[in-house]
Ligand binder design. Structure first.
Ligand code: SF4
Ligand code: FE
Length: 486
């Protein structure tokens, strides 16, 4: 099957007829509903760019399974060059969408599952790797969008899965037979899931023997019987439901990825789609691999998003007549510096990647976690500087309907004008874009997407090799190692 283009991707969503709820209603046609169009448009662009001669080298790859040309979003990284191309591609696409295009979560899930099932089979004698390769080939050949499903509701965060009062707070296996397994629970914050074809379920954290039923990794269609998606709200999402496009800020691509609560009500999964079932010893490794791959991304996609914020902020400064003020230029320089620092980290963790026993390449996890930790701070600072330079109108502008109103439109036009030569509508459009890209949901996504800051700090400490650093210091200070046996 050839690589899908944007149109073929949209058409492929039509027959899915997923069980989706939003604003208290069951959505009959997700593919056509205005609430989801920005998310579908952003994902569709990942399909479009595979056919553009200018972007094809970054957005496609050669399958190591079949030798065929595939979307890079379904590729298993075969070199550090692949890891670097990933980051460059994410920056490129985010620089066009200004929002999340969602497809990286499932991609990272595939890469993590690929290398971990290989290592699990080597140690435990299980047969998951070949099964996973078969599933991967199906995804590649049909150019499907896969949602990565890791985050469980977690209930009381101080208790392990097996100790929760409600046993469904983590996805678990509730039945097994010769045909497959039955899973129950839910996954939260599921990016892009209502416009994905398949989902890959993974455990959400390291597990102990008592959590054996919770150590499950498997794939299922997003429309499988027993699956319900409840769509999450976003800042200003109701602006999509009428009233013109200016107030949406980014009407074409939205703000973030379109997240949902996905409920798994006793869902059957055949064995050929089960890639971990009870091997609790490998749950932690799978989580770490996935998280590091996904944290690698954030200096790519957030740099692309920040490129647009910097552009919008610079334009606002021009429209306000302050672009030449030295403090404004300095603030823009600071935004560029922060953005490029994020990008440096993502490129570095890719260059310092290494091969795993499966042959797939993995990023340097210390550097990848450092990138994401920086994102939790720098994006807020970039947004703060953008608000500072752009001005208070980003929070107080009247609506597009008022601009177009027969009686009061002339006042909006007159009193929201900046420098001569720039129509008020253009200043309003740019201000709305800044509002959209630097506000609530977008910022929280930078904080908690790919894991909360503390999750990165735990991994940074684990990877930091403090013992080696102490040894270096002792050597230089002339302190001899003591024999620990005495
Ligand atoms: Fe991809 Fe970035 Fe969206 Fe994550 S937040 S899915 S890395 S675009
Ligand atoms: Fe994300």
């Amino acid at each position: 099957m050839p690589l899908k283009d944007g149109k073929a991707y949209r058409e492929s969503l039509q027959p899915l007829k997923m069980n989706v709820y939003a604003f208290g209603e069951k959505i009959e046609n997700v593919a056509e509903h205005p609430l989801f169009q920005p998310h579908i448009n952003a994902a569709a662009l990942t399909y479009e760019l595979a056919h553009d001669p200018l972007t094809e080298d970054l957005v496609t790859a050669t399958s190591h399974l079949t030798g065929l040309k595939i979307s890079r979003f379904t590729h298993i990284h075969q070199s550090t060059d692949d890891l670097i191309k990933k980051v460059k591609m994410l920056r490129l696409i985010a620089g066009r969408t200004g929002s999340c295009f969602q497809r990286c979560v499932g991609w990272d899930a595939m890469n993590a599952t690929y290398s971990v099932t290989y290592e699990m089979d080597q140690e435990l004698g299980t047969g998951y790797f070949q099964r996973f390769r078969n599933f991967l080939q199906y995804i590649q050949e049909n150019d499907l969008m896969l949602a990565g499903a890791m985050t469980d509701p977690k209930g009381d965060r101080g208790l392990s899965p097996a100790k929760q009062v409600d046993p469904d707070m983590f996805v678990r296996v509730v039945a097994k037979n010769e045909a497959g397994i039955v899973i129950r629970g839910a996954k939260v914050h599921q990016t892009g899931i209502i416009n994905s074809h398949e989902m890959l379920i993974m455990p959400t954290m390291a597990m102990a023997e008592e959590d054996v039923d919770y150590a499950v990794c498997c794939a299922l269609p997003t429309n499988a019987p027993g699956v319900i998606h409840i769509f999450g709200r976003q800042t200003n999402d109701e602006r999509r439901l009428g009233g013109g496009d200016i107030d949406q800020g980014n009407a074409r691509y939205g703000t973030v990825g379109g997240e949902a609560l996905t409920v798994l009500n006793d869902v059957f999964v055949p064995w050929e789609r089960v890639f971990m079932c009870g091997e609790y010893q490998y749950a932690g490794l799978l989580v770490e691999r996935f998280a590091s791959y996904h944290r690698q991304n954030y200096g790519g996609c957030k740099a692309g998003v920040s490129d647009i914020i910097i552009g919008a902020t610079t334009a606002m400064a021009e429209y306000n007549g302050v672009a030449k003020a030295s403090h404004v230029r300095d603030k823009v320089v600071e935004m560029v510096h922060l953005t490029e620092t994020l990008y440096c980290g993502s490129i570095a963790c890719s260059c310092e990647g290494a091969v795993t026993p499966s042959g797939a390449f993995f990023v340097n996890p210390l550097l990848a976690n450092t990138v994401k930790q920086n994102v939790t701070r720098f994006i807020y600072e970039i947004a703060r500087l953008s608000h500072d330079v752009s001005g208070g109108c980003i929070a107080t502008l009247p609506s597009e309907q008022d601009l177009r109103h027969d009686e009061v439109g002339k006042y909006v036009e007159k009193y929201f004008k900046g420098v001569d030569g720039v129509p008020t509508e253009e200043r309003m459009r740019m201000a709305r874009l800044v509002e959209n890209m630097t506000g609530g949901t977008a910022l929280v996504e930078s904080m908690h997407g790919a894991g909360s800051p503390q999750a990165q700090r735990v991994m940074i400490l684990r990877q930091a090799n403090l013992g080696h650093k102490v040894k270096l210091a002792k050597e230089l200070a002339g302190i001899k190692e003591r024999d620990s046996k005495k």
